[in-house]
Design a protein around this ligand. Structure first.
Ligand code: CA2
Length: 146
């Protein structure tokens, strides 16, 4: 049983309410419920969301000793937060970057992630399934390193 923390960044608390053509009609609570349904039996899942960069840095620091891996949707911080990049490097546990939309097929400013180089990898563009694929990738990675 691994401890996997799902961390969501700014505006993701509004999922399902606006921009549904890009992000779908599901809510963050729906995502959390479906992850718990698929993975909760074999892993300890935790959920965290914040609109504040420093709170995400603090949560990653907490994960250093309290989690085996992190699935992180950093929202717009993806594209410019060097503080979150440094935190991911500092905690030395695997972090998978996840995006609901395909950031590489959107505005040019979304094509760059300043975080991905510090992460195990990136899942982007599969809607709510991006989270499931990211947890699955982390699960396989953690099992392989047992
Ligand atoms: O596709 C993703 O998951 C993103 O991380 C979502 C971020 C965006 O800045 C990234 O480039 C890609 C934005 C999340 C905004 O979420 C909203 C949800 C509902 C209504 C308005 C915004």
């Amino acid at each position: 049983m691994a401890r996997i923390q799902i961390v969501n960044g700014p505006n993701l608390n509004l999922l399902g309410t606006r921009e549904t053509s890009i992000y779908g009609t599901f809510t963050l609570a729906d995502v959390e419920r479906s992850l718990a349904a698929e993975f909760g039996g074999r892993h300890s899942l935790g959920f965290f969301q914040s609109n504040h960069e420093g709170e995400i840095v603090d949560e990653l620091h907490r994960c250093r000793s309290q989690a085996d891996g992190v699935v992180l949707n950093p929202g717009a911080f993806t594209h410019y937060s060097l503080a979150i990049h440094d935190a991911i490097k500092a905690i030395e546990i695997p972090v998978v970057e996840v995006h609901i939309s395909n950031i590489h097929a959107r505005d040019a400013f979304r094509h760059t992630s300043v975080l991905v180089a510090a992460c195990l990898g990136q899942v982007s563009g599969f809607g709510r399934n991006s989270y499931h694929l990211a947890v699955s990738a982390l699960e396989r990675y953690l099992q392989a390193s047992d």
